[in-house]
Design a protein around this ligand. Structure first.
Ligand code: 0O2
Length: 221
């Protein structure tokens, strides 16, 4: 993402925010369209809900400090990948890969980085699929490729992540060992639950198909 030269950091940040907000709109529209297509052609929508946000200034400053870089707009734009973030909550794990693939295949989306914390959960048990993408933003006189972080996870993974987030802040990253162990245990239960729900859904689909075939046979005879 290449910003034009500004002599004032505040002006530069305002311009960056314009781009990040535009990029969120672009990705949100893409997800809306996919969601509509699923509903129309499959009578099923794998997307439970979508949220998006611009990272708070405090959180940006903390991340820049953590990377031991100077807090400048140039550094934020260059080194912080999740200033614009979208979270897609799906019903089943298989939906996550289906949606990620549908986004990645779009010609105007450039996938810069993928982190699959589902096949390889984090040490604390965190599970989610992360993509850093760049989308072109068409302005009056230029086109600027702008980064968005897309997090895709199931309802159960999201439930776990939101509790872990609260615990992390409550204990400032140093939760007692017992709590950390319990959280990891819960993450295994989440993974088990997701697998069980997926196979249950497959069984329901198979049953429905058999019923439809039976109905068709009866209609023909
Ligand atoms: P917040 O408050 O949600 O904004 P990179 O993208 O490779 O430059 P980064 O940003 O560390 O490096 O990447 P990563 O691992 O993909 O994490 C980005 C975001 O994922 C985090 O943003 C969280 O939103 C979420 N995340 C990552 N790990 C965890 C975790 O262990 N628990 C929970 N609950 N969320 C996690 P921020 O800026 O850390 O936080």
């Amino acid at each position: 993402m290449q910003l034009p030269m500004f002599y004032d950091e505040a002006e530069e940040w305002k311009y960056a925010l314009l781009l990040y907000n535009a990029a969120l709109k672009e990705i949100n529209t893409k997800i809306d369209i996919l969601s509509d297509e699923f509903k129309t052609t499959h009578q099923y929508n794998p997307i439970e809900h979508v949220t998006s946000r611009i990272k708070s200034p405090e959180s940006i400053a903390k991340k820049i400090r953590h990377s031991e870089r100077e807090l400048t707009v140039e550094n934020i734009v260059k080194y912080i990948n999740d200033v614009a973030g979208i979270r897609i909550i799906c019903s089943f794990t298989s939906d996550i890969y289906r949606i990620a693939d549908a986004i990645a295949r779009q010609n105007d989306v450039q996938v810069l980085k993928v982190k699959d914390y589902i096949t390889q959960p984090k040490q604390n048990g965190y599970m989610s699929y992360h993509m850093i993408v760049a989308v072109p933003i068409f302005l009056l006189n230029e086109v600027v490729n702008t980064k968005v972080e897309i997090q895709i996870r199931t309802i159960a993974m999201d439930f776990w992540a939101s509790l872990e987030h609260k615990i992390y802040y409550k204990f400032e990253g140093n939760a007692p060992e017992g709590i950390q162990k319990e959280l990891k245990e819960c993450s295994k239960i989440v993974s088990y639950l997701d697998k069980k729900m997926l196979s249950l859904n497959e069984a329901v689909k198979k049953h429905t198909l058999e019923e439809e075939e039976e109905g068709l046979r009866e209609a023909v005879l």
